[in-house]
Structure formats: C-alpha cells, structure tokens
Design a binder for this molecule. Structure first.
Ligand code: 5AD
Length: 452
C-alpha cells in the first residue's frame, strides 16, 4: 500500500483535519511516511488567513515538485484545506506538478480521489464544491488505537464555518457557513478518546461560541454551546475541557457562569479583541465595543479569579491612526492579557477591508507590531514571574520538547510547565511548585505531586 505524508500549516483545526485525513488513509491501508522524501503521496494542508501563510505553502510545494518529481515521477502531490478551497484550480496553474486540490468540505473523499490518481484513472483532480453535512462526514475520525504514543490531550472538531463576516477575514470563504455536529456525535468522540486514555479535549471550530445556534434551542437559559460543554463535562475520564476559537459576542452570561460552575472547564479563555479602538472595531464589523470587551474580561475574572486571558490583535487595519493604535496599547494595559497573538494586517481577496481607504504603510505596521509585541512581552514577563513560588495544578503531557529527560505539562490557565519527572507521570493531574519563569515557560519542582 502507498505511504502518505501530510505537512500542516495554520491553526489547530488544520491539525485536526490532517489527523482525520491521515486516519482515513490509514484505515484504507496506507502507511504514514516519516518524511516527505519517502512518501508516495504528499499533501500540504494550507492556511489562507494571511498572505505569508499562503506563500509558505506555495514555496514548499514548489520545492517539493522540484526535488521529488524528478526522483520519483509517480509521487502524488496535493494541496488541501483553506487555500485549496479559496484558490482551487488556479493552484495547478501556479504549480503545474500539483495533482490534487482538495477543499475544506471534501476531506472525506481524500482516499477515493487518491486511489483514482494513484491508479492512473485520473491525472488531475480539483474538488472544492460545498457538501451538506461535511462537518460530520469523516467516518474514521480517529487513528486506529495501535501504534504511536498515546496522547493525553486531543482536539475535537465541533463545528465548521463562520457567519460573522469580519471585514478582514477570509474564513467565511474558506470554511463556508456555520454547520455544527450534534451533541451526541461530539460526546461519542469524547468517550472514545477517554477510553484511549485522553484526559483533555479542546473543542474546535472557527467560531465555537456559535455552536448549534440554529440547530439547538436554548434550554434553561443555556445556549447550544453551553449544553455541549455540560454534556462533555459528564464524560467520565475527560478531566479537562478547553475550546477555541470563540467570538467575544458569544460569551453570554450562561458561558461566563459555566466557567464558575464546571470544574473541568479550564480557567483559560481566548478572547480575540482585534483592536482597542471603537472606530476600528466598527470598521472590522466585530459587533462589540471596547467597554463591552473590558466588561467581559472583568466578568470572566470574577467567575474565575485565576482566569488566563489571551487574545488576537491585528495591527495596521486600513485607516488605523496613531490614536486608534494608542487605544489598543491602552486596552492591553487595562486588561493585562496573559498572552497575545499579534498579526500584521494582510489584505485578503474578496474581503471588504481589502478595498477600504487609507491602507497603513508597511513600515508603520512593522513599527506598531514591534511596539505592541514588546508591551505584550513586558506584561507576560511580569505575570509569569508572579507565578514563581506558587503551587499549580498541571496535566502532564509527556517529555519536554526541548529536553527529553524532563517532563512537560500545562497549568489550568494553559501555561507550559517543565519539571524533573518520569514517564510514569504522563497523563496525571498533579500539583507542582513553580521555581522559575521565562517568557514562554514555567519551571517547577515536582516534590509535591499527588499520591498515585
Ligand atoms: N490579516 C491579519 N490577521 C488576520 N487575522 C484574520 N484575518 C487576518 C488578516 N486579514 C487574525 C485575527 C484572527 C486570527 C486567527 O488571525 O486576529 O483572530
């Protein structure tokens, strides 16, 4: 049987999609190649959210085509995911060696289409049409149990698409309209994961707070999303629940209250603010004001005083003035986020912002990006430094990435903790005492872990 290698760019949803396609192919008998050099099929799962992500994937495919096609003419090269969806056939004109372009609603057909390509029945395939129920169409969602190290933490896709239409964002074009899996489907997957030893699930979607908005009526004041959290909370063996990405508008009272009510729901919330200026927020079509956002941050911290708040911010949105940017800096200081992803605005095709007046010059964007990044580091350093000496609960994920003789876990607020442990700690929830902090990592003393 052929071997496959999947290279993934972009968000956690892309990682999950790559896992699902790999699982589907393994179920058909494929093996997973350890590198692109030896694979019969190489797929690149792409991201379109900023131009740099697209350029990286295109560059990678050009390099692969240049090196692999000569050596192994029969190799099948494919793009899948967001850029495949938004650019379609155009990608084959750009890199003529590409055999397959597989959109975001066609992952379940990867096996069948690859078979046609490998057998020579077809030579070029572009599949990007919309497909009803594609959010639930991959049957082999999970890898077969045998082989590979067991994961402690897993991603679970709960919905696809986004109807929000923020003016900067390409996602409604790449992922389509909102479609949710049922609560039963998600719970079944969580049960199966728990049976395999998974202790933590991260529920994924482009706008998870809109989960079930049309399909699931509110019950006792609880939205479909909070009903889902309740249902996943009841799954035995799952000890920690996270979710991403939400929209600030979706943090209604029921969700804020869930953070206080559900012990398995980690006190960590990613709340993408994008800008601190009301004027820019309006142009972005975000649907909230700065003061509402600050109120939400206060409510979340009232529900859980230790709440870790992280955010996404775009600098250099068209028309962003120095005053607007100053509002973003002051919001950052006011909320004291625990961490942030800071992005330079990148015009995306077919989005309203791409044609808005007064684009910000690249050097101004670079300068604002650097200023915000340094504020972000300053706040993060102070907040992580304040953790030293504290006792924190971690879930041990496995060996530290940097130093394999140490173990690594995550706090409830999602900070990485490295400590001198042993592999038997993997999968355990234990208390450690923080001894040192860098900008990215906490170091801890394992002396006081829980028995068993
Ligand atoms: N330019 C820059 N950043 C963007 N994001 C989304 N679209 C763009 C764009 N056109 C950022 C937002 C979003 C994150 C996933 O990517 O901050 O929350």
């Amino acid at each position: 049987m052929p071997s496959v290698y999947i290279k993934t760019y972009g968000c956690q949803m892309n990682e999950r999609d790559s896992e699902a396609v790999a699982a589907q192919l393994v179920a058909k008998g494929y093996t997973l190649a350890t590198g692109e050099g030896s694979a019969d099929v190489v797929l690149i799962n792409t991201c379109s959210v900023r131009d740099t992500a697209e350029q990286k994937a295109l560059g990678k495919m050009e390099t692969l085509a240049g090196t692999l096609r000569d050596r192994r003419p029969a190799v099948v090269l494919g793009f899948m995911g967001c850029m495949a969806q938004s650019r379609g056939r155009e990608l084959m004109d750009r890199v003529p060696d590409v055999d397959l372009v597989l959109g975001t609603q066609k992952f379940h057909r990867a096996g069948e289409l690859l078979e046609e390509l490998l057998s020579g029945r077809r030579s070029k395939v572009v599949e990007t049409a919309a497909e009803p129920r594609s959010e639930a169409s991959i049957r082999e969602h999970l890898m077969p149990e045998s082989g590979g190290a067991r994961s402690v933490s897993a991603f679970v896709s709960i919905m696809q698409g986004c109807n929000q239409h923020c003016t900067f964002c390409i996602v409604p074009h790449t992922r389509g309209a909102e479609r949710s899996r049922t609560i039963e489907e998600v719970v079944d997957e969580c049960r199966e994961l728990a049976a395999r030893g998974v202790k933590e699930v991260t529920l994924l979607g482009q706008i998870v707070t809109s989960y079930g908005r049309r399909e699931i009526p509110a019950r006792d004041g609880r939205s479909g999303f909070v009903q889902l959290l309740d249902a996943v909370h009841a799954v035995e063996g799952i000890e920690r629940i996270r979710f991403t990405s939400p929209h600030p508008k979706g943090y209604g009272p029921d969700l804020v209250e869930a953070f206080a009510r559900l012990p398995k729901l980690m006190e960590s919330a990613h709340v993408p603010v994008q800008s601190g200026s009301d004027r820019v927020l309006r142009l972005m079509h975000r649907g909230y004001t700065r003061s509402r956002f600050v109120e939400l941050a206060t409510q979340l911290r009232a529900a859980q005083p230790g709440m870790g708040l992280t955010t996404d911010i775009i600098v250099g949105f068209p028309g962003e003035s120095e005053e607007d940017f100053a509002e973003t800096l002051s919001l950052y200081r006011e909320v004291e986020f625990d961490n942030a992803f800071i992005f330079k605005y990148s015009p995306r095709r077919d989005t309203p912002a791409a044609t808005m007046p007064c684009p910000v010059p690249a050097e101004v964007i670079d300068e604002r990006h650097a200023r915000l990044l340094s504020l972000c580091d300053e706040v993060r350093k102070r907040k992580l430094g304040a953790m030293v000496g504290r006792r924190v609960e971690i879930l041990v994920e496995g060996a530290s990435r940097r130093n394999h003789s140490r173990m690594q876990g995550r706090t409830r607020c999602n900070n990485i903790v490295v400590f001198e442990g042993s592999p038997r700690h993997k999968g355990q929830v234990m208390d450690v005492r923080v001894t040192a902090a860098t900008l990215t990592t906490l170091y801890a003393d394992p002396a006081i872990h829980n028995p068993d």
